[in-house]
Design a binder for this molecule. Sequence first.
Ligand code: CDP
Length: 199
Amino acid sequence: MKFTVAIDGPAAAGKGTISRAVAQHFGFAHLDTGLLYRAVGAKGGDPVAAARSLSPHDLARDDLRSLEAGQAASRVAALPEVRAALTAFQRDFARRDGGAVLDGRDIGTVICPDAEVKIYVTASPEIRARRRWLELGGDAAPESLADVLAQVRDRDDRDMNRADAPLKPAPDAVTLDTSEMSVEQAIAKALALISARLA
Ligand code: CDP
């Protein structure tokens, strides 16, 4: 069975948490496509060469979740040649047997425009910044909440305004605003949308 779930949205909206829960519930494979761009940014050197030679070893680095890696990712992600180098891998993953969930920025719009389910997960910048700051350790985090908010806004701006594959909901995506939702509520909503499409 081929079945693709596309989950897109801005930084720290809850895509990762929802995607992992969806994958576990339905037994689908999960690809966090942001990790590909983070690994390209972290590799340094020529980003196009880095994207063309990306290996499992590059994806296993333990510094890919940092704020710096997020900023570097959104810079290299604006380069069309970098995006092109990562497209085939993502499309093959999406059509693997047994179902797949991919989360990112352009899954429903560019990578998998024919995905069976498309969800656009969002929340206000303030709430997303607070969630990311708590993930980074809250009061023990190296960055202040204000710094994290500034970086979230910076990355939103770059991701939404780039010429190639800008972040935006696909016309047929269901928007899930998680600002006022608990994690459980957001997951339940996503599971219900997918169950309805599978039925
Ligand atoms: O986890 P978080 O939402 O903070 O970011 P991420 O999903 O790891 O993505 C990091 C950066 O990679 C984003 O800010 C985008 O610039 C880029 N990205 C993209 O352009 N296309 C994707 N499908 C996924 C990520």
